[in-house]
Design a protein around this ligand. Structure first.
Ligand code: AMP
Ligand code: MG
Length: 438
């Protein structure tokens, strides 16, 4: 049995040798290839800003463009009177400066997002902060300002958000809708992204039925870990997932199915099996992998749940039976226990880091939270406990039922508290690592 940090190191160093290739993604509304295709994908090459954002100085408020100095002596009793030169709406071209030859100060009525007039104007005063004077047609002809205004207020300067050449997004980032907002604003449409990982999932267990089984036969249960992996990998890891169903607990049948999975085209980068890696009489995965000459990097990690998980590489196969048949490349392999919560931990803390690493993503940093109550734990194991982030303290409350077959607490948790190996108790108020559920 190895310690969890050692397991992580092994996973990351093996994964670095199996980095996924890059591909191009072009977003173009005309061809129906919207930014939606970007969400969940990992950026392969950093993006620098091609432009400034905003592209021009503009008003942050509906109000009036003024010269702030002219309000220096403004008071309620003696307000400064400005003559209104006209209105600048959003979407109009930048207005040229108008000089201050008039005796009376002048201003422009300006709308939010409208180009700020260059030259002698240097502040926006909000419409709420002025008294407007209208002519008989109801047009604003003058305004009264009754207190000094600050220079540059409510002006959004060109390039305030992004300067040309600024880093917009770093390689290795998994993209989401917030990123889309920036790309769309800057007109960034062409991306180098990491190819989606191809992941095959196979469940083992004589007792497993399809989830749509209405009346369970005695001794049977519905397969919950398989559909969990399939959906989590597709949605939370943006993988191309192929689900290969269930095999019964026998090595020969398993090896046959595994050969079919590997021969599928394109072959998977990663194969995940659930079940049959523990100490039971029918736990055949290790024996089967040995028959394949697989390189087993580790089997059993000092964690709870998920201790029996196994990480291996299946060697490439040169198909000799058919002329010119392509070589089947090597695949990484995770065998994780089938108990639903063990499967979830295997995905979150072993497979997830592997998928990140083959995709060129950095190691995921944990959040740090305070434990709401003291927790007892087995000293040698690192424990991943389902917890909620509730309460006035904002700390993490470990849920009561932590059994590896208890699905309900998985459904109600916000994520995982990590309690380190080497201690039998972590006291209330201690700072611990926390990983969100997904
Ligand atoms: P195993 O990892 O095969 O030793 O199974 C451990 C426990 O998890 C047993 O109670 C199994 O019935 C259960 N189990 C295994 N695979 C699944 C699955 N795909 N869905 C739900 N429970 C499972
Ligand atoms: Mg089993």
């Amino acid at each position: 049995m190895i310690q969890y940090p050692v397991a992580l190191e092994i996973i990351e160093s093996v994964a670095r040798e199996h980095r996924l290739e890059y591909e191009n993604l072009v977003c173009n509304p005309v061809f129906g290839k919207s930014y939606e295709q970007l969400c969940g994908r990992v950026l392969a090459e950093s993006i620098a800003s091609p432009e400034e954002m905003p592209p021009f100085d503009n008003s942050a408020m509906d109000g009036f463009a003024i010269c702030a100095d002219k309000t220096a002596n403004a008071t309620l009793e003696r307000p400064t009177r400005f003559r209104v030169l006209g209105t600048i709406a959003a979407g109009t071209r930048a207005t040229e400066a108008i000089g201050f030859t008039d005796k009376q100060p002048v201003c422009w009525e300006i709308m939010t997002g409208a180009p700020f007039p260059s030259g002698a104007f240097d502040a926006v005063v909000k419409i709420e902060d002025v008294q407007v004077i209208r002519n008989d047609q109801g047009q604003i002809t003058e305004i009264l300002i009754s207190q000094p205004q600050a220079k540059n207020q409510f002006i959004r300067p060109q390039g305030e958000d992004f300067k040309r050449g600024d880093l917009v997004l770093k390689a290795g980032t998994r993209m989401h809708s917030g990123h889309v907002m920036g790309f769309a604003g800057l007109g960034v449409t062409d991306f180098r992204v990491v190819r989606k990982p191809r992941i095959a999932v196979l469940s083992t267990g004589n007792e497993l039925c399809l989830y749509n089984t209405k009346n369970l036969e005695p001794g049977m249960i519905r397969n919950s870990s398989g559909p969990f992996l399939e959906t989590a990998l597709a949605h939370e890891y943006s993988a191309d997932v192929q689900y290969f169903g269930v095999v019964s607990d026998d090595a020969d049948g398993f090896l046959k199915r595994l050969a079919a999975i590997r021969a599928s085209s394109p072959s998977p980068d990663l194969i995940i099996t659930t079940g049959a890696v523990s100490m039971g009489k029918y736990d055949f995965i290790v024996e089967a992998l040995k028959r394949l000459d697989a390189q087993i990097y580790f089997h059993k990690t000092a964690i709870r749940p998920g201790k029996p998980a196994l990480f291996a590489k299946l060697p490439s196969i040169h198909e000799k039976t058919r002329e010119n048949s392509p070589e089947i490349p090597s695949s990484l392999f995770f065998g994780i226990p089938g108990n639903p919560v063990s499967t979830a931990v295997g995905l979150r803390f072993l497979i997830g880091p592997c998928v990140r690493a083959i995709s060129g993503m950095p190691v995921e940093p944990p959040l740090r939270v305070q434990l709401a109550a003291t927790i007892e734990k087995p000293t040698p194991l690192r424990c991943f406990m389902r917890a909620t982030l509730e309460g006035p303290s904002g700390g993490a409350s470990v849920l009561e039922h932590q059994g590896s077959a208890i699905i309900s607490s998985l459904m109600h948790s916000d994520g995982w508290v990590v309690l380190p190996e080497g201690t039998g108790q972590v006291t209330a108020g201690s700072w611990v690592d926390f990983f969100r559920e997904r």
